[in-house]
Design a protein around this ligand. Sequence first.
Ligand SMILES: [Zn+2]
Length: 97
Amino acid sequence: MIDIEDILTEKKMDQERDKKNAPVVNEDVLTEKEYEKYLWDCVDMQREYCTEHTIPMFMPSSGRCNICGCDIRDWYQDTLREYYITGCPRCHSTFCD
Ligand SMILES: [Zn+2]
């Protein structure tokens, strides 16, 4: 006779094992401090983009939306070197005013 408890325990053990065997993705990932620095670099990317195209920079230099507080740097990251940011990606308020 099969004991349901045994099956459940075994299943749980399997899950635990899977968790341990899961690939470590964090090894190459930046530390929190490095990431914060990287986010500021993203603001510079947008600044450079605007300088290059001789257009005003509308993205708040704080990197955050004034309305909803969304971190625009985090949202766009290094695409800030390629795209012109004129509004918030989350609440869609414009930075042009
Ligand atoms: Zn917003």
